[in-house]
Design a protein around this ligand. Sequence first.
Ligand SMILES: NC(=O)c1ccc[n+]([C@@H]2O[C@H](COP(=O)([O-])OP(=O)(O)OC[C@H]3O[C@@H](n4cnc5c(N)ncnc54)[C@H](O)[C@@H]3O)[C@@H](O)[C@H]2O)c1
Ligand SMILES: O[C@H]1[C@H](O)[C@@H](O)[C@H](O)[C@@H](O)[C@H]1O
Length: 345
Amino acid sequence: MTLGFGVVGTGAIGREHIQRITKVVSGAEIAAVTDVNQDAAKKAVEDFNLRASIYEDDTALLKDENVEAVLVTSWGPAHESTVLKAVEAGKFVFVEKPLATTAEGCMRIVEAEQKHGKRLVQVGFMRRYDSGYRQMKEAIDNNFIGEPLMIRCAHRNREVGESYTQDMAILDTLIHEIDTLHWLVGDDYKSIQVTYPKKTKNALEHLKDPQIVTLETKTGIIIHAEIFVNCQFGYDIQCEVIGEEGIVKLPEVATAQYRKDGVLGSGILQDWQSRFNDAFNNEFQDFIDAVRREGQPQGPSAWDGYIAAVTGDAGVKAQQSGQAEPIELPERPDFYQQKKQEEKV
Ligand SMILES: NC(=O)c1ccc[n+]([C@@H]2O[C@H](COP(=O)([O-])OP(=O)(O)OC[C@H]3O[C@@H](n4cnc5c(N)ncnc54)[C@H](O)[C@@H]3O)[C@@H](O)[C@H]2O)c1
Ligand SMILES: O[C@H]1[C@H](O)[C@@H](O)[C@H](O)[C@@H](O)[C@H]1O
């Protein structure tokens, strides 16, 4: 069976995922599309030569029997409503981050999914599918470095535009570390604090950049994460876990090495699309295979989306207060502990 996707939001990443589903991964096709900008939906159908119906909104798209899974790539504030409608209709959902823009919204999805009785939703935290992070997780799970004690990481973007606001450093950028790191070490967060070093002259006036985030986990691991979104030199993701008996570090992405003008060097990737292209491909293949074979997704769950939202809210509060803000999460429901397998991804 080929899995029919209905795409809600045919903007930048929606188009990338359409390309991925039709040209790169196997087992799925685009059955339908919609966008509040109908021209964007029509253009996607034309540009990718899709045999897909175009609907005026998500409600109409969800009625299409050929739509078995919904790909939610609209703007963040629109995600919750589409995901809830899709869960209500019993369709699988792949939703780009954020699951919803509020913790309450994420909880509404968690509750709806539990009411449905089996997992339908996967959140697009693609770093869990990056081969470097997966190797790190394997080393940590196999106790290769002993108990993790500290994590140092950096999330650097070359530059950001006018529309990038202060809270986005947490909710749009750090959100990836928030998801990846608790998965990596199998721990929950306890608190978050944000401090501001000297500001770069390359940041627009409204933005403090860089920012240093300190997260503490329940078992006492301290994480130092640098968010630097106008670093100028490229897209740079670093992560190092320091354990009792060794260190495991995210490998640099291999790019050609050159010798020129007395320099031995290699290029730095410039954007997240190229840095995580393989991870995006892997996450889609896994989603498609899991729902076709097991009848439910196995990747980052609605509960992971909820953890990210609660931690993100505390992070935004910490940006304003300068204090360590507590991160209060209820117990993970049994529903989201069903399979140890899920934790591996
Ligand atoms: N995983 C990642 O690294 C990653 C990277 C980029 C973007 N994202 C996420 O993907 C989402 C989309 O980002 P983007 O850069 O493609 O944005 P975009 O603005 O390029 O595209 C969004 C599209 O959704 C449409 N849209 C908005 N509300 C809608 C609704 N209610 N119904 C139907 N269509 C609607 C818009 O018209 C637009 O075409 C965001 O949530 C963003 O955070 C994730
Ligand atoms: O800071 C950016 C991140 O590095 C990317 O991975 C995307 O998530 C993008 O939306 C963010 O603005």
